[in-house]
Design a protein around this ligand. Structure first.
Ligand code: SF4
Ligand code: SF4
Length: 101
């Protein structure tokens, strides 16, 4: 559903509004993940491509690398909330403190 106040203010054209839970990664133009204290790291060997991380990320920072058929995370916008790690039942996503490898 399109929020009326956005329509009135003309913040987005109708076609630009996300149909899912979030915009696709890279929609925002200003990096805003700098205050993150932890970051999610995907272990590709455990990933079963169930898309739960992609569907539940509130910032739309998880995207599919189509050429490699795997998910990746845009750290310029990831806030480190950890929802993706919680939703990943195979345990493919680990939250690690920023500043570590
Ligand atoms: S930690 Fe939060 S913002 Fe970052 S990719 Fe996971 S769900 Fe998205
Ligand atoms: S939730 Fe986990 S297993 Fe599913 S696509 Fe994301 S990283 Fe892969």
């Amino acid at each position: 559903m399109i929020r009326p106040y956005l329509r009135e203010k003309g913040a987005f054209a109708i076609g630009e509004y996300p149909e899912g839970t979030a915009f696709t990664a890279g929609y925002l133009t200003s990096r805003n993940g700098g205050w993150r204290s932890e970051r999610p790291v995907i272990d590709i060997s455990k990933c079963v491509m169930c898309s739960q991380c992609y569907l539940h990320c509130p910032d739309g920072t998880i995207f599919e690398l189509e050429t490699e058929k795997r998910y990746a995370i845009d750290y310029d916008f990831c806030k480190g909330c950890g929802i993706c790690a919680k939703m990943c039942k195979p345990g493919a996503i680990t939250m690690i403190p920023e500043g570590t490898a």
